[in-house]
Design a protein around this ligand. Structure first.
Ligand code: ADP
Ligand code: MG
Length: 681
């Protein structure tokens, strides 16, 4: 039986060589072929001279009034030219290097030519002849496909045409009838056809709507099914802890939790007690106080008789978390250890032993945690801080160290909603929207990049009040050596400027972990008043007494990074400042600086970043996990994505998806792709 999953081999004209060419375009099945959509369309509607502009690509139709002449020049170069009479004027037409066209052009005949209009010369640079009687094609658009060296446009088009002729009736309708009606979508069959051969702009747009909605619907369904099944499967370990003891722990913290923190602690703890494994993302802006939320979740886990693991991207951050938690644990009998690349062999061996025998409650560390010989006795909760800095595999590796442990990801780079539901739609999301009380918004000022001396003068005023400052030197892509040189030069300038009155530290990526650590500590203890640094300080460093952040050549940083860097100040109760020294060369660069001065809201900034950059490299979100859609675009079609997401959540939450016959086609489709659409697996 034939199906659209047949190999493209079945088409006539597809031999071994062409098959290979199609494979190189990612086309294997008939369905792949007919959904290999044009990436643009050329307007081949015949136009008149008075409505076109210089250099525009247009189709003109007229009568050939001079015999075509071919001139050869150079090696295999030629120019074919003749005159064409339109209604209003006689124009020249030239084709380069296609001498054989001479045989297709007859004196006195009507002909339509697609080409580029040269207004100065009143002449058309021909690309192709569109049939000698011009309007045999009723289409106004011609499709242009992504092809490569081994296959031509024309060949591909012919194959698509013949595949559509043979298989049109077999294209399944996957979108449920009820939704199709609700959104007035055309059938998938017709949409596919119209994508290749649109008759009108309107038809093309309707086809796009169908294709995009279907792509998002299926994608969202797959993601949400993972979430649904995880929750329905009861495969996790419920963590039953003594609520009173947890409350006691919270009570002795040095501050009261904000309402926002209480809310997300509740969401997390509810998942911990539930019989499914938690898979939750905690999004909270820089400085919103995620660490303590993580600690409370870890304490609940320990109270419930399980071990916890807390993975962070850098040693500095690991140490800082370790110190914070050690202090919180001072009057308790919970045990915690730090495991990083620089943990000494003997200490490491002891930690591994304790983890394996179950006597160690909590381990904090870097990638060192995912090494094979790190074995837990009864791992109940895995937390990954700054989750976007780890690859999917690294996170997964840590999660696999327990039997379906609860997983919490934390991120301080707020992800715009559309991206979140695409990249992490299978997760539950907690949002920490509130900052701890008493924070004064950071004042951000953008100056020219040569204003360093003014910045240093400003810093000095703050230093006299007992405050501290950071100066960040730009990141030079992929060159630690230049980074270092910049940082050293900056350090020297700052030392010279203050003439020994203040102590100036220098931090960069080439220092050993212990050295960095010593410098950070010295800054924390106010033994350095100014810290000159490359971006190694980017994540998480917490020095509430620091009130000035100067970023040299700020245009070299993305909005995400700028926002993170700025987040190093404004952590205490004093007013803080961020000075951006930048001469951005592009409009977008200028706009980014401007936006930084206007907002300190990470969610707002991430949305802006998305709009300015497109989904390419949004807000430091790695592209790795980004699904490839055939046609849909997460940014361009954001509203359709939201709609599909809502529709899927609804059909799963009331379970109609599993029962209603309206969804049969959709269920069958998922089954055929191996994503079994059964309620419990
Ligand atoms: P982030 O979310 O960026 O990881 P942190 O957890 O490092 O933020 O918290 C930033 C600072 O806010 C820390 O100094 C922390 O002790 C403090 N903090 C956290 N929660 C509160 C609170 N409820 N009240 C006052 N300060 C808090
Ligand atoms: Mg943090």
């Amino acid at each position: 039986m034939r199906s659209i999953q047949d190999s493209v081999e079945v088409l006539s004209g597809v031999g071994a060589k062409r098959l290979e060419a199609l494979h190189s375009l990612g086309i294997y099945s008939i369905y792949d072929l007919i959904t290999h959509f044009p990436f643009r369309y050329e307007d081949i509607q015949v136009r008149s001279l008075d409505e076109i502009e210089d250099q525009e690509k247009v189709t003109l139709k007229g009568r050939v009034v001079t015999q075509p002449v071919v001139q050869h020049y150079g090696y295999r170069k030629s120019r074919l030219s003749f005159k064409l009479a339109l209604d209003s004027a006689v124009i020249g037409v030239t084709f380069f290097n296609q001498p054989y066209l001479k045989d297709k052009i007859y004196l006195e005949e009507e002909i339509a030519i697609f080409g580029k209009w040269d207004g100065m010369r009143q002449s058309l640079g021909g690309f192709k002849i569109l049939g000698s009687n011009g309007d045999q094609d009723s289409q106004d658009f011609e499709s242009v496909y992504h092809v490569n060296k081994s296959i031509k446009q024309k060949t591909l088009l012919t194959l698509i045409q013949s595949a559509l002729e043979d298989y049109y009736a077999m294209i399944p309708e996957v979108v449920p009838e009820s939704l199709r009606q609700q959104y007035r979508l055309m059938s998938h069959k017709d949409a596919i056809k119209a994508m290749h051969f649109p008759q009108t702009q309107e038809e093309f747009q309707q086809a796009t709507r169908q294709i995009v909605y279907q792509e998002f619907l299926i994608y969202q369904l797959k993601l949400q099914l993972i979430r649904f099944k995880r929750k329905a499967s009861h495969q996790g370990q419920p963590i039953i802890y003594d609520v009173e003891k947890l409350k006691q722990f919270i009570q002795v913290l040095p501050f009261e939790l904000t309402d926002g923190q209480k809310k997300v602690v509740n969401e997390i703890c509810r998942d911990l007690r539930a019989p499914f494994e938690m898979n939750r993302l905690l999004q909270g802006d820089v400085g919103s106080g995620k660490t303590v939320v993580a600690v409370i979740a870890l304490v609940a886990t320990i109270l419930g008789g399980y071990q916890g693991a807390f993975m962070v991207p850098t040693e500095i951050l690991a140490e800082q978390h370790f110190q914070t938690i050690e202090a919180f644990f001072a009057d308790t009998d919970y045990s915690v250890a730090l495991l990083t690349g620089s943990t000494k062999t003997k200490a490491r061996r002891e930690i591994l032993e304790q983890l394996a025998e179950g006597s160690l409650d909590l381990v904090i560390g870097t990638h060192a945690l995912i090494q094979d010989d790190v074995v837990f006795n009864h791992l109940g909760l895995v937390i990954t801080d700054e989750q976007h800095r780890f690859g999917v595999n690294q996170r997964q590796k840590l999660n696999e160290k327990g039997t379906n442990p609860n997983v919490l990801y934390m991120t301080a780079t707020p992800i715009p909603r559309t991206l979140a539901i695409t990249l992490m739609g299978e997760m539950d999301v907690s949002i920490l929207a509130q900052m701890p009380d008493g924070r004064i918004p950071i004042r951000t000022v953008w100056s020219k990049s040569d204003q360093l001396l003014q910045a240093l003068t400003f810093i000095e005023k703050e230093l006299r009040k007992g405050r501290q400052a950071y100066i960040i030197t730009p990141l030079i892509e992929k060159s630690e050596l230049i980074d270092l040189k910049n940082a050293e030069e900056m350090h020297q300038k700052v030392v010279d400027f203050y003439k020994g009155e203040w102590e100036i530290g220098l931090l960069h990526g080439r220092q050993k972990a212990e050295e960095k650590d010593a410098i950070m500590h010295a800054f924390k203890d106010n033994r350095y008043q100014v810290l000159v640094s490359t971006t190694v300080i980017e994540v998480g460093l917490n020095v509430p007494n620091a009130t000035v952040m100067v970023i040299q050549d700020a245009e070299r940083f993305g909005l995400a990074q700028l926002h993170q860097l700025r987040g190093r100040v404004g952590r205490g109760s004093a007013e803080s400042y961020c000075l951006l020294l930048a001469n951005p060369k592009t409009e977008i660069g200028k706009e980014r600086m401007q936006i930084m001065t206007e907002s300190t809201d990470g969610f707002y900034l991430s949305q802006k970043d998305l709009e300015l950059r497109g989904s390419g490299d949004v807000f430091g979100v790695k592209q790795a996990g980004m699904p490839e859609f055939k046609y849909a675009d997460v940014i361009k079609h954001a509203e359709v994505l939201e709609t599909a997401n809502r529709d899927v959540i609804l059909m799963l939450s009331d379970q109609t998806f599993f029962e209603d016959s309206d969804f049969t086609s959709l269920r069958n489709y998922l089954d055929s792709e191996g994503n079994l659409a059964k309620k419990f697996q």
